[in-house]
Design a protein around this ligand. Structure first.
Ligand code: CP
Ligand code: NVA
Length: 310
């Protein structure tokens, strides 16, 4: 990969995304071939927010590549108050060969990347969730035998997950339509840039308020929590606003009869999705969770193995 860090899928070319997805499939099929790819290397993981999948998949991934991961929670380092973000980056660069960070402000991850001399991987910010989108594209490709020409409807809040899906879809030829209530659209700049990037690959990146319009012909229906981490105080008001956008048997039926159900998890069952859809045979949510491991191992190899060798 050209860049030192993985901050946004928008920083990658279509070929770089395709390469990561090829390597993710290879790593999944033949984990033993990569058992020493990061022998002796250390990944420092900085969390300002809770996590199940990101923490466990990165830690397991580092172990499976012959390395080790160190988890640092908010109470451990108090980034930004006990020590400045640049100084955290400079210190961690002396101990670890890579940094993964989950932060509130997107600028915190970009500041870490700017001041770290080792690769920084975005493990979710308020703006983006690139590792999730890579795992999601791997999951779609496995389920459908390829990606080009597929249509994904993202229903709910135009949030970090929605943004990264748009960036990824635009680079692999998957059309992404955000189906959101008025006032909860994804960032207009991200939508416009992804739409431009998708032209020529047949990927249409769009926003609609209409479930009927957005879900018609969709190969996958994706949703996420209505209130993301950090928006807890809005959870109550959002429950009312987003209620019509619940993915349930009736709304899921607006998509193709064989459409997949996707969710990055954690799910708030009974809110953005019903148990019936979440647990249906067309739900691939736990494949998405598993593929976090494989997709991120591909990212770790591409960012860290080459630097160690060089
Ligand atoms: N999907 C995801 O990132 O899960 P966690 O918040 O549990 O890491
Ligand atoms: N949009 C959610 C995703 C969690 C993985 C959040 O930011 O909380």
């Amino acid at each position: 990969m050209q860049r030192k860090d993985l901050i946004s899928i928008a920083d990658l070319s279509g070929e770089e995304v395709a390469d990561l997805l090829r390597l993710a499939a290879e790593v999944k099929a033949h984990p033993g071939r990569h058992a020493q790819a990061l022998a002796g290397q250390i990944l420092a993981m900085v969390f300002e927010k809770p996590s199940l999948r990101t923490r466990v998949s990165f830690e397991a991934g580092m172990l499976q590549l012959g390395g080790h991961a160190i988890t640092l929670g908010p109470a451990d380092i108090s980034m930004g108050s006990r020590e400045s973000v640049p100084d955290v980056a400079r210190n961690l660069s002396r101990f670890a060969q890579g940094i993964m960070a989950r932060t509130f402000a997107h600028a915190t991850v970009t500041t870490l990347a700017e001041h770290a001399t080792v690769p920084v991987i975005n493990g979710l910010t308020d703006l983006l969730h690139p590792c999730q989108a890579l795992a999601d594209m791997q999951t779609l490709a496995e389920a459908r035998g390829g990606l080009a020409g597929l249509r994904l409807a993202f229903v709910g809040d135009g949030n970090n997950v929605c943004h990264s899906l748009m960036n990824a879809g635009a680079r692999v030829g998957v059309s992404v339509t955000a189906v959101v209530p008025p006032g909860y659209e994804p960032d207009a700049g991200i939508v416009a840039a992804a739409a431009r990037e998708g032209e020529g690959r047949g990927a249409r990146i769009q926003v609609t308020h209409s479930l009927e319009e957005g879900l018609a012909g969709a190969d996958a229906v994706y949703t996420d929590v209505w209130a993301s981490m950090g928006q807890e105080s809005e959870a109550e008001s959002r429950r009312t606003i987003f209620a019509p956008y619940q993915v349930n048997a009736r709304t899921f039926a607006l998509a193709r009869a064989d459409a997949l159900f996707m969710h990055c998890l954690p799910a708030h069952r009974g809110e953005e999705v019903t148990d019936e859809v979440c647990d249906s045979p067309r739900s691939v949510i736990f494949d998405q969770a598993e593929n976090r491991l494989h997709a991120q191992k591909a990212v770790l190899i591409r960012l860290m193995a080459a630097r160690a060798a060089g």
